[in-house]
Design a protein around this ligand. Structure first.
Ligand code: NOJ
Length: 553
């Protein structure tokens, strides 16, 4: 490895992010609920895995009707999960392991039990009245724009105490904050400042498009919503120069750039368009959908970066596929009605969506780490954990982490009926067969493959920093792409099909260039150069570094 690299201050460009929910990760005090003490004890596992940044889902006081995304106090820790002291201890120890921490910033809405909303609804003269969005008369088409169809009926709900309708993009117990009110924006900054002071490196900005909308509040109909993102960005950079915002904005391709601005809004944006096409490509065993999605991505400002992911704590949203394409993904990944959700997605984890096929799961991870962007791993997916469809809505994919074959999968010593959610038990995904201890011993486990991919990814800064392009391959099953950075290049090939194939690349390099193989799904004969036919097993993958550019290797 060359060591003369100069400044690489944009740490998030080639970070490995690991998303987890404190509540279901590890229980340190034996009460059945995951907590900061348990998480702190498991930092060694995360550092050992190769992760460099943790994204914590909401851990604030909450009635917990939407997995913590309904907050009653932004300046504290849910007492079930610990104290602020426990948080600071955790953030300090994470730093010791070289792990950064990003926390969920849920400011589009509060819980309806938040004191601000309670004050606002009870008294029209309350200073908090304007913190929310009200309408005296029922606005037209209140059913339009619901986020959880089938569960949520309206976005305007009548409040008897307020004698008005309040606006809520999500469930009726999550009233939207009014971003057009200056005091609300000031409070948002105070909240960011508070957690920065406690050691976090940034925020995952929940529901970004809804957070910034001005809902037709009189006098604000023509506001530019993106001004708010710039304001947040400026505040953040004044307080903590290298802190970042990772925005959740599931919007059309033509709107993606709005969230980056000129590099003066969000630093990272989840790559929803690629996520949906990636699953379609996996289902079809064809690269075309993914190639198309990649080619449609707009070029980003220098400070911008995609956040690539396979699954997260929600349903996988297939809403931007055509009806036929979605039906194809349903048929392969979630054929039963009970596996589907909100008329648009699948509420299953990665491994069951891929029928537990370990080769296909490894292929998906190889894509995750090599596609343009910063990879985000959802806790438990590195093991190939399963789902529990008996749990309601999205809770199916939020079961406790499976640490060992001990009682409750090593998640908690509490009696089983006290667990925050049941641990998956029995069958191929049960903790008895699938857990960290077992997977670490088995060299062929998904966990060990993911660990090796992470290690290789860390040696390939070209992937996170470079200028990338797809490479033409003469097999429809093969996705090939290349990333160049500082006179060095990585070339990656993936066979999305189940049969072995030999592929020749058309434009991998201007002239045949010698390659060094970095990682692959199995043992292959070396290829000489980029012009050489490349053998790939079914669902095989191979990563190469182009040599011969003065590199010692
Ligand atoms: C997006 C989160 O990912 C989801 O879990 C939550 O329900 C909504 N935002 C509302 O906060």
């Amino acid at each position: 490895m060359r060591t003369d690299r100069t400044v690489r201050d944009l740490w998030y460009k080639d970070a490995i992010v690991y998303g987890l929910d404190v509540e279901t990760f590890a229980d340190g005090d034996g009460d059945g609920v995951g907590d900061f003490k348990g998480l702190t004890e498991r930092l060694g596992y995360l550092a050992g895995l190769g992760v460099s940044c943790l994204w914590l889902m909401p851990f604030y006081p909450t009635p917990n009707r939407d997995n913590g995304y309904d907050i009653t106090d932004y300046y504290d820790v849910d007492p079930r999960l610990g104290t602020l002291g426990d948080f600071v201890q955790f953030s300090h120890e994470a730093k010791g392991y070289g792990l950064r921490v990003v926390v969920d910033l849920v400011l589009n809405h509060t819980s309806d039990e938040h004191p601000w909303f309670q004050a606002a609804r009870k008294d029209p003269k309350s200073p908090y009245r304007d913190w929310y969005v009200w309408a005296k008369k029922k606005p037209p088409h209140p059913e339009k724009g619901v986020v959880f169809p089938g569960v949520q009926k309206t976005i305007w709900t009548w409040d008897r105490a307020a004698r008005a309708y309040y606006y809520h993009r999500f469930y009726d117990f999550q009233p939207d904050l009014n971003v057009t009110t200056p005091a609300v924006r000031e409070e948002m900054q105070r909240i960011m400042g508070f957690w920065l002071q406690l050691g976090v490196s940034g925020f995952r900005v929940d529901a970004a498009p809804f957070l910034i909308e001005s809902y037709g509040v009189p006098g604000h109909e023509k506001d530019d919503p993106f001004v708010h993102l710039k304001e947040m960005h400026d505040f953040l950079s004044w307080r903590e120069g290298d802190a970042v915002m990772l925005a959740e904005a599931n919007v059309g391709t033509d709107k993606l750039l709005d969230y980056f601005g000129d590099g003066d809004r969000m630093q990272l944006l989840y790559n929803f368009p690629v996520n949906q096409q990636l699953f379609l490509a996996l289902v079809r065993g064809e690269a075309a959908p993914l190639v198309k999605a990649l080619k449609e991505l707009p070029p980003l400002p220098e400070a911008g970066q995609w956040a690539t992911f396979l699954r997260n704590a929600d349903e996988i949203d297939l809403g931007r596929l055509s009806d036929e394409e979605r039906a194809e993904v349903y048929a392969a990944c979630g054929p039963e009605k009970s596996m589907q959700l909100y008329d648009r997605g699948v509420r299953r984890r990665l491994a069951p969506m891929l029928n537990g096929d370990s080769r296909k799961i490894a292929l998906a991870f190889s894509l995750l780490f090599s596609l343009p962007g910063t990879p985000i791993v959802y806790y438990g997916d590195e093991l190939g954990m399963g789902d529990d469809l008996s749990l309601p809505e999205r809770n199916s994919v939020r079961t406790p982490m499976q640490w060992s074959g001990e009682v409750n999968g090593g998640f908690s010593t509490a009696p089983r009926d006290k667990l925050v959610r049941p641990v998956i038990s029995g069958g191929p995904y049960g903790y008895e067969n699938l857990n960290v201890v077992w997977a670490q011993r088995d060299l062929d486990s998904t966990l060990n493959k993911v660990e090796r991919l992470m290690r290789t990814y860390k040696q390939c800064p070209e992937l996170g920093w470079g200028k990338w392009r797809t490479v033409e391959a003469d097999s429809p099953a093969v996705l090939a792409h290349r990333s160049d950075w500082r006179n060095e290049s990585i070339l990656v090939v993936h066979n999305l099909g189940q049969s072995p194939c030999t592929v020749t690349l058309k434009d991998a390099a201007e002239e045949p260039t010698r390659v060094v193989e970095l990682i692959s799904d199995g043992a292959y004969q070396d290829i000489l150069d980029t012009a050489h036919p490349i053998l790939l097993e079914g669902y095989g993958y191979r990563w190469f570094r182009l040599a011969g550019k003065g590199r010692p290797d």
